[in-house]
Design a protein. Sequence first.
Length: 401
Amino acid sequence: MTDSPAPPRPLTGLRVLDLATLFAGPLAATLLGDFGAEVIKVEHPTKPDPSRGHGPSKDGIGLWWKVLGRNKRTTTLDLSKPGGRTTLLRLAATADVVIENFRPGTLEKWDLGWEELSAANPRLILTRVTGFGQFGPYAHRPGFGTLAEAMSGFASITGEPDAPPVLPPFGLADSIAGLATAYAVMTALAARDRTGEGQVVDMALIEPILTVLGPQPTWYDQLGHVQPRTGNRSQNNAPRNTYRTADGTWVAVSTSAQSVAERLMHLVGRPELIDEPWFATGADRARHADVLDEAVGTWIAGRTRADVLAAFEKAEAAVAPIQDVRDVMTDPQYAALSTVTTVDDPELGPLRMQNVLFRLSATPGAIRWAGRPHGADTEEVLTELGLTPAELTALRAEGAL
């Protein structure tokens, strides 16, 4: 009995060189690899991607890398060496996409800028991910997601009104930029399908996070409105908050729809509030959040989480438990979606991680392998490129591998 062939994947045949480090650029490459792109991770011979050592590890093996490096073959190359530069140009000639996140001017310093790369491959998409973009007064500053979270306005609206601004405890801006970068790459590839020519993608970490914050610039432009910190409350609807249950757990409640807000008032035994003139709009309800939070919070505080969730579901009101990762791993909805999947890894054995980002009915993505060891595929990749054993030896002698 033979195994059935793998289903077709939409990005099969696309070749991506991932020269980037840490999160935004590499995540974009991961997302492309999940749906069939051949991704070659190019790392410095002695200074690998720092994500390999970021966060917890097991038996000396970084776990974050196992996720971020999945579906990538890994090779080493010192681009500052003449042999490394020449080899990168040969790789670029075979690729569709190059993703990099060096400070502006770094590739140019190595004679690997757009002029040289496009000469080697006019159809190439050069994707440049930096903190602040390729030009402007901040372009040459070191850029990290934390700075984007601060500059964009995200931190200024996050936290309690009388407390300091709050930064997220994970790479939020980097992750948003990674998603945006994958979208930008696909957009540039669609343009190439029409024109036959490649181009440069300029992605700045400070921009995608500003986009997902919503209409703040327009509010300010038209009304002079500056969104304040409101904790877990919203200025646009109420009740909207987190509430503690009788058994010491927490749930989140949202009433973005008027009908849901009304059903909730019936559920918690306060239907008279629906008749208040201010109850008719979300913004007016938000101005009376103290009253609504007291009504909802008191009702929830007298019941266990299981009872609260069951009652909300029966009433068709919107609620979710506040879950940590332990809850996520056993949540029946995530289980039904296969959101967390198991990957067999040669180093760590069965390894659970987030699955591909979305489901396609005809051409699904897949995790073919978890992050590979540093430089594990160097000889294979470069031999496929046509390098001879003598050339590989010369590159090693130069320190380029």
